[in-house]
Design a protein around this ligand. Structure first.
Ligand code: 13P
Length: 362
């Protein structure tokens, strides 16, 4: 049996060499790391189907003791799954201990009020959620496309809209002079090409990038932590940043801003998931092992700068993006990879069970 499934510690070998290592943990060592394999079901499965899938996975993972597993159903599936994974029941039925965690896919940062459709962190805690995914790229980058931010911006840059806005603003007692001047400037005949170009540019830009900001993500992180939820903080670069060698710069921004104000003593409640956008979903390929290793080292070094070596060694860093039964073991062998956040393959009982059982015989 491969020993990579046993608890281990991350330790820092040498600062100049920028290298982290895994070393087997002593029995009962409180700083031992348990790998965490989490399934993000995204917008799939009605509650009953989620329970049926989880049941098949537990059945295939009866002998898994030293790995934590997590399930993130859509909001509608949380309560039903929370009832099902009650620890005494899991122990009786499947011999599984307290290594099953219920995850939400998102939360809102306010605790209550007129925020139609949003779900607060204390609401999630109240129904038994353990951890919440925050800053997933589906939400960081794709919301503009889903919700049509882009077309509404493009519409606002049309001549008709600007002319109408000019009239509207002129009715105000104290219209903003700079805004008026800008609109008048844009409406000049000789600028109509610029206006059209600007609309096209912004539409494309927002389609690709508009979504949750680092600031909103940071507020969500604080809301979750202060309600006793652990956080699975997602970060990752898009294809362009990858090709322009800006991965580290972008990740540093996402992590510094996303975790701003999180105190050192709360960091053990944070798990980081590195998910390069270009490696996610059908048709994409997982990132090469070398890149995963480099990025995980980079993130751990950044955590060391921000919180010190002890915390950096303790925080679990997961990889996500086309994790499958046939590549999980080689990823888990990498220093710095403490688990995975799995999309597509987590919807198939055999595949996800194999991922959870990496390193164990079939
Ligand atoms: P895939 O495993 O389907 O590539 O999805 C990764 C992901 O986004 C998990 O959060």
């Amino acid at each position: 049996m491969n020993n990579s499934i046993q608890p281990y510690r991350n330790y820092y070998r040498q600062r100049t060499a920028n290298q982290w290592r895994k070393t087997p943990a002593e029995h009962g060592d409180p700083s031992a790391i348990r790998p965490f394999l989490a399934g993000n079901w995204k917008m799939n499965l009605i509650p009953r189907a989620g329970v049926a899938l989880a049941a098949r996975i537990f059945d295939l993972c009866r002998d898994v003791k030293d790995v934590d597993m997590g399930f993130a159903p859509p909001f509608t599936g949380l309560s039903t799954l929370a009832d099902y994974i009650e620890p005494d029941f899991l122990r009786r039925e499947y011999g599984i201990g307290r290594n099953v965690f219920l995850l939400a896919q998102d939360t809102f940062f306010e605790s209550k009020g007129a925020f139609t459709g949003e779900i607060s962190a204390d609401m999630l805690a109240a129904i038994g959620v353990d951890r919440v995914i925050i800053g997933h790229s589906d939400r960081r980058a794709n919301l503009g496309k889903y919700f049509g931010f882009s077309s509404s911006v493009a519409r606002r840059l049309s001549k008709d809209f600007l002319t109408h806005t000019l009239k509207r603003l002129n009715l105000r007692e104290n219209p903003d002079k700079q805004v008026l001047a800008t609109i008048e400037h844009l409406l000049k005949e000789e600028h109509s090409d610029v206006l059209e170009g600007l609309a096209t540019f912004l539409e494309a830009e927002l389609n690709e990038r508009a979504g949750e900001s680092d600031e909103a993500i940071n507020r969500k992180v604080h809301a979750a932590l202060s309600n006793g939820l652990q956080v699975i903080f997602c970060c990752g670069e898009n294809r362009e940043a990858h090709q322009m060698n800006e991965t580290f710069k972008l990740l540093e921004r996402q992590i510094r801003m996303g975790l701003e104000g999180v105190a050192r003593h709360t960091m053990p409640d944070v798990i980081i998931a590195y998910e390069p956008l270009w490696a996610i979903g059908e048709g994409a390929k997982s990132a090469p092992l070398e890149q995963i290793k480099q990025v995980h080292d980079f993130i751990r070094n950044l955590l060391m700068d921000l919180y010190g070596e002890q915390i950096a060694a303790q925080v679990r860093i997961l990889y996500g993006g086309n994790v499958k039964p046939d590549n999980i073991a080689s990823m888990m062998e990498l220093a710095g990879v403490d688990g995975a956040l799995v999309g597509g393959a987590s919807l198939n009982a055999f595949d996800f069970a194999k991922i959870i059982r990496f390193g164990l015989p079939d």
